[in-house]
Structures are given as structure tokens and as C-alpha cells.
Design a protein around this ligand. Structure first.
Ligand code: ZN
Length: 136
């Protein structure tokens, strides 16, 4: 009889940024750029719980947007480059920053979902319509 493997708790930041399995820290979390795998190839953890939806995109877009606009305005007001410089350098740099941050941020959110045992909401009925209230 084999005993179930016990996994020590891992840092969500460490596993998330490396896009690794939140349980074992070894298997990859994503296939391709942002697609979550079915399960961990190393420990077999079912990634069905992982559903960060638009969370990573929203937070990355907001954070990089603020930092990017501050950098953009500092560059514009101190150097005064021609507009083509912004089109060729500044805007692609902001887009590349978003793309670079998105993967590790998604990994971190999935790791947080695993640690906090996130699940879809379940609703319980408290009665049928028309019952429970005497007022009609
Ligand atoms: Zn794993």
C-alpha cells in the first residue's frame, strides 16, 4: 500500500512567476503562451480549478498602463522626441511590457486560486417562490 504523496506548501509568488504547478512546483502550468494545461505532467494535479478569466489581463493592463504612462510622459516632457519615436519605440515597449508581465501574473493568480481553494460559486435555495413570506 502506497501512502499519498504530501506536498509542502510552496510560495505562490515563486511558482506563479515561473509558471509552474502550484502543488509540486515542477510541472509546467501553461502550454503555449497563455493556455492552461489540463493537468500537471509531474504530479497529476487537475488544473480544472484554475480559471482566472480576465483577471491577469485587467491587472496587467492597469498596472503597466499607469507605469507606462508615467514613463511616457517623463520621456515626452524631458526629451521632447518626435512622434515617430513614440510610435516606433515607446508604444511597442509598453505593449512588450504587457506581454512580458502577463504570463507570470497569470501563473501567480492561478497559484493563489490553488492555495485559497477557489471554486465556482455554489448557490443553495432557501425555499420556493411564494413560500416563506405571508405577504402576497
Ligand atoms: Zn504538479
Amino acid at each position: 500500500m502506497t501512502e499519498p504523496t504530501v506536498y509542502p506548501p510552496l510560495s505562490t509568488l515563486s511558482t506563479g512567476i515561473r509558471c509552474r504547478c502550484p502543488r509540486c512546483g515542477e510541472g509546467p502550468l501553461l502550454k503555449g503562451y497563455l493556455t492552461i494545461r489540463e493537468s500537471c505532467p509531474a504530479c497529476g494535479l487537475d488544473y480544472g480549478f484554475a480559471e482566472p478569466a480576465d483577471g491577469p489581463a485587467f491587472f496587467v493592463m492597469s498596472g503597466v498602463g499607469v507605469v507606462g504612462m508615467i514613463a511616457f510622459m517623463a520621456f515626452e516632457f524631458t526629451v521632447h522626441p518626435p512622434v515617430w519615436v513614440h510610435l516606433l519605440i515607446t508604444f511597442p515597449l509598453i505593449a512588450a511590457l504587457c506581454m512580458g508581465v502577463l504570463r507570470p501574473f497569470k501563473g501567480w493568480l492561478v497559484a493563489e486560486q490553488y492555495v485559497h481553494k477557489a471554486a465556482p460559486p455554489e448557490w443553495a435555495s432557501i425555499g420556493k417562490h411564494g413560500e416563506g413570506s405571508k405577504w402576497r
